[in-house]
Design a protein around this ligand. Structure first.
Ligand SMILES: [Zn+2]
Length: 392
């Protein structure tokens, strides 16, 4: 296929392929590879189980430092949401394109794929690498191998632009996040004889109280007023356990998360949390040999903290024409992973996170046009080595 598809045509096709998080993704990968292959080198990075594939799509010489355009191809499910139109059929109404993933973040993917012919025609001195992950919506689970592959390119990229929805504003920082699920196992028994049983709900209640105290400490600790709130937060999302008043519960489950601010001593906070978990486990085991505390890490991504005066931020601002100082975002992205790999990273893409994950998600035709224009400017710049146009 050498016909050059428009952004809207590609977005229509992408939306029609559901590509919901935590499912096999061969359909969306096959379509993207098909669109990209005439213009770019397509590298497939399958996971160990073989049911998910990330894509690294490159135009231009790997031996030169390039530009990474990063996105995830998975979308959140639509079950229970009151959609006006079919979420998996792009519906255009009054300049808005409705469909699951239009803002988060198939709109950006469509713009990037539609720009591949222009990147190829530019015969770039500065390569463009399109890095497409999976399972981002369940905690950046599908980006690890992809980020490693990008970092291991013969020349380390100079900048990464993560196209999450920011209304095409340049964003330089977000908090990091770690999520946990802990399961307490105790020993059941009659509520009249609690001394012979081990109460799993009580064990998690004590742990929850300790976490709440730590949350208070964090609130009084390090501050960065670029964020709202300006401190790290520790939040308990759920506790489930027990079924009847007259039975000692032998199982309880709690989920909680830490959102850390960049530059704060997150390892120390993580050590405090580990110490609390160890203490809760030891207290359970001391009461009965079968009692225990199981800990699962649900998701983890690092904070993003690109300097406000970084030359890469100014470069992306020039691409967008947005000359406001780069801001911060409240939501997490894969940007922290690229930054951790040593690649200066900014977040900038079409759409609005406030429209994401909900019924009637949409992206504006004007927003896609602004992203197309940014990529057209980039296609013009990559004719020359990046040293000529990324300057301090
Ligand atoms: Zn997203």
């Amino acid at each position: 296929m050498n016909k050059q598809a428009s952004t809207e045509e590609i977005l229509g096709k992408l939306v029609s392929i559901p590509s919901i998080t935590d499912r096999a993704n061969e359909d969306v990968v096959a379509y993207i590879a098909h669109v990209a292959a005439p213009f770019a080198r397509v590298r497939r990075l399958p996971n160990a189980a073989g049911d998910r594939t990330a894509l690294l799509i490159s135009v231009g010489p790997d031996e030169r430092p390039g530009i990474v355009l990063s996105a995830h191809t998975d979308v959140v499910a639509v079950a229970g949401q009151p959609w006006t139109s079919d979420p998996f059929a792009l519906d255009v109404r009054e300049g808005r394109l409705y469909g699951r993933g239009t803002s988060d973040m198939k709109g950006f993917v469509a713009c990037v794929l539609a720009a591949l012919p222009a990147f190829a025609a530019a015969q770039p001195q500065t390569p463009v690498h399109v890095a497409l992950s999976y399972d981002e919506e369940i905690g950046c689970k599908g980006a690890g191998d992809l980020v490693a592959a990008v970092a291991a390119l013969p020349a380390r990229p100079l900048v990464c632009i993560v196209g999450e929805p920011t209304g095409m504003k340049v964003k330089r920082a977000h908090k990091g996040k770690t999520g946990w699920r802990v399961t307490a196992r105790g020993r059941t028994g009659h509520s009249a004889l609690p001394h012979l049983a081990v109460n799993a709900v009580t064990a998690l209640a004590r742990l929850a109280a300790g976490l709440a105290d730590l949350a208070d400490d964090l609130k009084a600790g390090a501050r960065d007023h670029a964020f709202d709130p300006p401190y790290a937060t520790l939040h308990i999302g759920s506790i489930h356990g027990g079924g009847a008043l007259n039975v000692v519960p032998d199982r309880a489950v709690m989920e909680f998360e830490l959102r850390s601010i960049p530059g704060s001593d997150t390892p120390a906070v993580l050590r405090s949390i580990d110490a609390m978990l160890d203490g809760a486990r030891a207290a359970l085991k001391a009461q009965a040999p079968e009692a225990d505390l199981m800990v699962e890490e649900l998701s983890a991504y690092p904070a993003l903290a690109t300097a406000a005066d970084a030359p890469e931020a100014a470069m992306v601002a020039r691409l967008t024409g947005d000359n406001a100082p780069p801001g911060t975002i409240a939501f997490g992205t894969e940007a922290g992973l690229y930054a951790e790999a040593g690649i200066p990273t900014l977040v900038c893409g079409p759409g609005d996170i406030a429209r994401a994950h909900k019924a009637d998600e949409w992206v504006g035709r004007d927003e896609l046009a602004a992203c197309d224009a940014m990529l057209a400017r980039l296609a013009d710049l990559v004719r020359r080595p990046a040293a000529d146009w990324i300057t301090a």
